[in-house]
Design a protein around this ligand. Structure first.
Ligand SMILES: Nc1ncnc2c1ncn2[C@@H]1O[C@H](COP(=O)(O)OP(=O)(O)O)[C@@H](O)[C@H]1O
Ligand SMILES: [Mg+2]
Length: 222
């Protein structure tokens, strides 16, 4: 599903080349639940942005869903990003002036779904993440864990085959973080491939495999 082959990424800062990812190679198979672990600044978010077609490598080859992304047009990349991948972030990225239901409907609005059908789908997704009683609440009326559940329901809206979550429990207390990881586990058992980035070993342990990153290099895979 995801294959990195000698991927490197560097940034130009004040005339200097700063390497962030160095010669990274790994494969994530369809249906896996993988965590990517490493200390702050090790390049985890950069890695995830490249996996999600939000950024491109400086060198090396990335293939996603069986296609080399270098050969994909901008439209094809946007399509993969919007329809095949669901993103979940540390700080939820919900829209504050929209209810939980509207937040979950939003990707379906962009995908051109009619109101009745998209409302029905959003309700069913919110029920799936245990928020059937909070659909009409605004984000500031929800706890952190509830906000993350809304964000996960939104990420699932277009039935992605892959969920990329960057520090999804980073803003939550331990018990709530565990509930969120259990939810990812449940989604994985329903067939969704899950990649969770974290710097927390307890969070990483929910995955069936962990890729360890340090200073922009993969140092271990367990
Ligand atoms: N857009 C950017 N421009 C320059 N440097 C960046 C940029 N994005 C990330 N970096 C640098 O790359 C390194 C890795 O960042 P990041 O991928 O966010 O790490 P992590 O998510 O593991 O904390 C850091 O040193 C960071 O400062
Ligand atoms: Mg990060």
């Amino acid at each position: 599903m995801i294959e990195f082959n000698s991927v490197s990424k560097s940034y130009q800062i004040a005339g200097n080349t700063v390497p962030v990812l160095r010669d990274i190679s790994f494969t994530i198979e369809d249906g896996e639940f993988v965590s990517i672990m490493g200390p702050s600044g090790s390049g985890k978010s950069t890695l995830m942005h490249i996996m999600g077609c939000l950024d491109v490598p400086t060198s090396g080859r990335v293939s996603l869903f069986g296609t080399d992304i270098a050969g994909m047009s901008r439209d094809e990349l946007a399509h993969a990003r919007n329809r095949q991948i669901g993103f979940v972030f540390q700080n939820f990225h919900l829209i504050g002036r929209m209810t939980a239901l509207r937040n979950v409907e939003l990707p379906l609005v962009y995908a051109g779904w009619r109101r009745g059908r998209r409302s029905e789908r959003a309700r069913s997704l919110l029920t799936q993440v245990g928020l059937e009683h909070r659909m009409d609440h605004y984000p500031n009326e929800l706890s952190g864990g509830q906000k993350q559940r809304v964000a996960i329901a939104r990420a699932l809206a277009n039935q992605p085959s892959l969920i990329l979550a960057d520090e999804p429990t980073g803003a939550l207390d331990t018990a709530t973080g565990q509930e969120i990881m259990e939810l990812f586990g449940r989604l994985n058992s329903q067939g969704v491939t899950i990649v969770v980035v974290t710097h927390d070993a307890a969070v990483a342990s929910y995955a069936s495999r962990t890729i360890y990153v340090r200073d922009g290099k993969v140092v271990d895979t367990l």
